[in-house]
Design a protein around this ligand. Structure first.
Ligand code: SF4
Length: 205
């Protein structure tokens, strides 16, 4: 895995003061993406133990609320093993910190159980989005490339997921933490318990 930046003090990608970790590599190809250079899986520097230690050190002070992992897309399959390794280390060594993650994938395709062809947690909100073909991968029953052996453990160890591709026609500069209104700020624990995406309403206005 490569990464473009570790911002050791950021306030724009989540609540409180946080570390923002920008992973490289993304295949979503959103029109007018805010950072096309991060599509390249070899953009920036190789992620290694020194980078991981830098993140851990930056997270340690009491005033640091947590980390936001973004990109690129941290859930592209090439990135998942190392993202999971980092998340598990944070859970182990700094369990009081919260973990937010931005992805272009949608929650439902990440928890979809393709092995039994069972659709899980398709909410009314997502059904409504079918009119703009937002949810095409599920409708076609094609396995999402992000639905890997690592994905469940990643989801079980993060707090907040901001999901969905950036969609230019739905762009809204007034949204909190999101670029377009199709994207959702999701409470991951509640969503995994209920089997459908549960949004955090205070961030969805
Ligand atoms: S998912 Fe994010 S990084 Fe990837 S193309 Fe879309 S806006 Fe850009």
């Amino acid at each position: 895995m490569y990464y473009g930046n570790i911002k050791e003090f950021s306030v724009e990608n989540g609540t409180g003061v946080r570390v923002s970790f920008f992973v490289s590599g993304c295949r979503h190809g959103c029109k007018n993406c805010f950072s096309e250079k991060t599509w390249n899986f070899e953009y920036g520097k190789p992620y290694d133990r020194a980078a991981e230690d830098k993140i851990m050190d930056a997270l340690k002070p009491d005033y640091m609320e947590g980390i936001t992992i973004l990109g690129g897309d941290p859930l592209e399959p090439e990135n998942q093993a190392e993202v999971l390794g980092l998340i598990k280390r944070i859970r182990r060594e700094l369990p009081e910190k919260n973990i937010w993650l931005f992805t272009g994938f949608v929650f439902e395709e990440l928890i979809y159980d393709y092995s039994v062809n069972q659709k899980i947690g398709i909410s009314k909100e997502v059904d409504a989005r079918n009119t703009i073909n937002f949810y095409e991968p599920l409708i076609k029953d094609e396995k999402s490339r992000a639905n890997t052996e690592y994905i469940r453990e990643i989801l079980e160890n993060i707090d907040v997921l901001i999901d969905g591709e950036f969609m230019e026609p739905l762009k809204n500069l007034n949204l909190k933490f999101r670029g377009s209104s199709n994207q959702r700020v999701i409470d991951v624990r509640k969503s995994l318990e209920s089997g459908q995406a549960v949004t955090i309403e205070e961030f969805m206005n």
